[in-house]
Design a protein around this ligand. Sequence first.
Ligand code: MN
Ligand code: MN
Length: 400
Amino acid sequence: MSEFDDPRDDSAHDDRARNDTARNDGARNDTAPEDATAGSTDAARPGHNQTRPVPQADPAVLPRFAGPQTFARLPRLDEVGSAAVAVLGVPFDSAVTYRPGARFGPQAIRAGSKLLRPYHPALDVHPFRAHQVADAGDAGVNPYLIGEAITEIELAARATMAHADRLITLGGDHTIALPVLRAVHERYGPVALVHFDAHLDTWDTVWNAPFTHATPFRRAAEEGLLALDRSAHVGIRGPLPAKADLAADLGLGFAVVSTLDVARHGVDHAVDRIRARVGDSPVYVSIDVDALDPAHAPGTGTPEAGGLTTREAQMILHGLAGLRLVGADIVEVAPAYDHAEITALAAANLAYDLLALFALDAPQPTSPPSVATTASLATTSSLANTASATASASPERTEA
Ligand code: MN
Ligand code: MN
């Protein structure tokens, strides 16, 4: 199911973990008990039972530009046995309508994730220390037969979820959201979908094809995977095939927070609408990177002018703190059209925001989570205070 080449050997990884412990005992005292054995896999789900998750590779030992190719230099899932959150790559782009290339998205997002450091100031959480996060590698997916690929993606998601409570899936084109949602539905039931995208992705067929990157949420709605009265699109804009498309989407039950809504009324208003919509339902966040403006995400297959800034998308995600997030994906990163990793960096950082949200409701939080109720949590003053408070104890002070 899963293969992801990583030249690290286990002994080297263990050395780094020990060095990390030796260097950072003081810094870690307030975030992780020291009496546990790093890498303990005595239970089926060390992501829950392990009080000391296996951390990122230590940048003071192995520089970030040289480090492991896993997401955020995290351990592989097969190294830790299981995890609270697994990052799964799905390199599939055979169902796009315009530019191909998102099959290279997972590796581009991983490359763009090397600067993701341990502490998330805006949400005051350590995404990789609150519980175990690991990279599950890539699903092996048929590039020619879309139906077969969808089955393979669903099986890969289920197999990964046998070792992880929650998934963040890196696409791949947006088709992959449907089989992932099937696996998520099996565990969590119908989910409230918060769907960042320039496009509705609820068309019925494209060129008579029912399974494409423009149709996943129509199929998901038909299959009962979504709590439609709790779901919303965010970032919708741009030319449509027909005016009736909006009515058809509304008829399915979705709400729309358009890019112009965000521009006119602000991030906090968008957050309030999304939170009111979602309520206490389990939430799945699907991020098509083309929700961002082409200036912020040029490396994508179906770019539309006039989109969200990366910062707006981040602030909206921060505003979702405290919701019951059960899964997420980031799709449509096509690095052939990217420049200086703009899109890959944005996607990696949005994934980091999602991991921060996951960490806020970790089963064994190592410090009381500072749960935001609105996006206003990340004020300038709180950001500055938390940053200065931790600077002296930062485990990365030895890193240039
Ligand atoms: Mn799109
Ligand atoms: Mn999409």
